[in-house]
Design a protein around this ligand. Sequence first.
Ligand SMILES: NC(=O)c1ccc[n+]([C@@H]2O[C@H](COP(=O)([O-])OP(=O)(O)OC[C@H]3O[C@@H](n4cnc5c(N)ncnc54)[C@H](OP(=O)(O)O)[C@@H]3O)[C@@H](O)[C@H]2O)c1
Length: 302
Amino acid sequence: MRDPDNSAVRNPAVVVGVPSSVGITATATFFVLSFGFTDDMDLQIDGNAALVTASSSGLGKASARALAREGANVVINGRDADRLADAKADIEADATGEVVTQQGDLTDEDDIEALVETTVDEFGGIDHLVTSAGGPPSGPFLDTDDEDWYQAYDLLVMSVVRLAREAEPHLRESDAGTIVNITSRSVKEAINSLVLSNSVRMSVIGLEKTLSKEFAPDVRTNAVLPGPHETERIEELVNQAVDRGEYDSYEAGLDDWASNPLERVGDPMELGNTVAFLSSPLSGYINGESVLIDGGSTGANL
Ligand SMILES: NC(=O)c1ccc[n+]([C@@H]2O[C@H](COP(=O)([O-])OP(=O)(O)OC[C@H]3O[C@@H](n4cnc5c(N)ncnc54)[C@H](OP(=O)(O)O)[C@@H]3O)[C@@H](O)[C@H]2O)c1
């Protein structure tokens, strides 16, 4: 059971200032977010073992933070050692679970084996696998070549295939096994200048649905489909669009990318908290689902 002394760190309602680099003019500069679950909601993952890939930054890091705040022990990953060490210190600042780093490239099969091995060695098993990765290059179809397609497939699809295969026996041994795949809202609605994301990520959803049947009832598998969130990835995409001449300025580009009924980009912790919920037994009847987290920007009814 969770140590009740730790509960105070789990509900820091904070005021977030949106940096000017990602600020959107259409809405207020400041907004209030509840970063953690309330003390009334125990996600019942205290002491569980989680592996979160591509988690030295952005959405993976936010997911690792949300899990570690709820008492899960988490292995985090990225290629750059310094960035990974910084992320560990940052997540540990309000974690009640342990945080262990494992450097590695998700396009390297051996590195993926090492990620799974480290999680099992450190924490005795794997209860929760959360897959994220870097994003593919943006641009129109005619600017892509075969190598771009193979690289995007390797990074976005084969990393999930290999992680699921390696982690499967450990997830099945757990009495709380879950997989959450972080993909993109591009699987619901094609996004301009993101042909690789629009196309290749569909395979991850096909895999997710398949695993939700083949690994069940031992393991639940779900996906989250982010719209624009305040991470380095969104800065990179908007800057690339400005470079291609699609927008006059970064601000104009971000306004367009962040256009949605809520009139703001998402905070990564809003996605991280959803990932933690989908990893929790509190979502125990949700399996094979793809959850949009996009402020309502996607027009599809379902
Ligand atoms: N942020 C958004 O608005 C948004 C919206 C829709 C979809 N997405 C997708 O969600 C995923 C995560 O995005 P993000 O916003 O979290 O990006 P981010 O802030 O740029 O973080 C990417 C993370 O992935 C790691 N990474 C990149 N390539 C890697 C590799 N080959 N092996 C291991 N780690 C790798 C990076 O660390 P190193 O560079 O040190 O390896 C970093 O920790 C991406 O696929 C992105 O396209 C993001």
